[in-house]
Design a protein. Structure first.
Length: 348
């Protein structure tokens, strides 16, 4: 075929395939550090391969989860602080998997942008790889999509996909009963939900991301980018120790919406709000936004990122195990007859 005079190229249309190839080469070491038993092939193929038998499973049930990080991305994009947003992406998926009783096995990411900036993209993927390693999951593949005309300059989007497994018969929730104790694991901040409201409050307060944080050290944008806590390893240790009947990852909908997801019909939860101290970021959001307590509890995690529903006779031992694993544990209340979540006391 003869070459057309003044013909167009894919690069001229805004897609740099060579830049994508360079990115893959740069992130291969980060992906390799996440290798675990069961991984059969690295990056670069048309699909990722994983051997469940090599991972130690005899009669496995697979569990899958997918998520993003919502409008928290806007802060990462505006500030250029992209190193931790990949941690959020992984956490939102693997924290959900463990609530089903599953061990995360592998992870894939989807990164889309208008123009590929290899350094920024690599920092994001390196954050993803670090979170995968911390959760025991292998980063075995992903997709980088350069789509000019779809995203403004500098903008990008992220999605994550995690697959885990458990032996048949190990699914949670199971055995939740009246009198079970609620153990809350404290969050590291806002995590990755409610950021549309966060951004509205920041705008109402007339603040910029570079302004000093009104609730802590450093700049406001950096403070609000504190990543979602990874609860996987301590939660799995608690499950394996026995006595865990259910887990609730406190994401969008807060305690109000997420706790009932692990409670059978006819049972509710009673939560004592004085059982933990409201973190400073939430106290500021409530004051600056004029938020009602009910709005706080239905929008944000309000300081509790994961709740374990446990047998009462195992509550003390499990709380000690979780504390030894580095978690800050609060005894929130108990499972009661009824429906939904009822609160006593006030957030403080």
């Amino acid at each position: 075929m003869a070459e057309a005079k003044d013909g167009l190229t894919y690069a001229a249309a805004g897609v740099d395939i060579d830049a994508g190839n360079r990115l893959v080469e740069r992130i291969k070491p980060a992906a390799r550090m996440t290798d675990r038993p069961g991984v059969m092939a690295g990056l670069g193929g048309f699909g990722g391969l994983f051997d469940l038998a090599a991972a130690g499973y005899r009669d496995p049930v697979l569990v899958a989860a997918t998520d993003g990080v919502g409008t928290k991305l806007r802060i990462a994009i505006d500030t250029g602080l992209v190193e931790t947003i990949g941690i959020d992406l992984v956490a939102m998926c693997v924290n959900d998997l463990v609530c089903q009783g599953a061990e995360p096995l592998f992870f894939l990411d989807y990164f889309a942008t208008g123009r590929l900036e290899a350094d920024s993209a690599a920092r994001i993927v390196e954050g993803i790889a670090g979170a995968c390693k911390a959760s025991g999951a292998a980063l075995i593949g992903g997709e980088t999509a350069e789509m000019p005309g779809m995203y403004a300059d500098g903008d990008f989007d992220l999605a994550g996909f995690a697959v885990g497994a458990m032996e048949r018969g190990g699914a949670l929730p199971a055995g939740v009963a009246e009198g079970d104790v609620l153990l809350g694991l404290l969050s590291d901040g806002v995590h990755s939900n409610g950021y549309s409201l966060v951004r509205a409050i920041v705008g109402r307060a007339g603040l910029a991301w570079s302004d000093p944080s009104p609730f802590g050290a450093g700049a406001l944008g950096a403070a609000l980018l504190t990543p979602t806590r990874l609860y996987v390893r301590p939660a799995l240790a608690a499950i394996r120790a026995g006595g865990v009947h259910g887990l609730a990852h406190v994401t969008g909908g807060g305690l109000t919406e997420n706790l009932p997801r692990v409670l059978p019909e006819g049972l509710g939860a009673r939560v004592e709000l004085a059982a933990w101290e409201l973190p400073a970021v939430f106290a500021w959001l409530a004051e600056a936004g004029g938020l009602a307590e009910s709005e706080m509890l239905k929008t944000f995690n309000a300081g509790i990122g994961m709740v374990l529903v446990v047998a009462p006779e195992r509550a003390g031992a499990l709380a000690a195990l979780l504390s030894e694993a580095g978690e800050r544990v609060a005894r929130l209340g108990e499972v009661v007859a009824g429906a939904g979540v009822s609160y006593t006391g006030r957030l403080r």
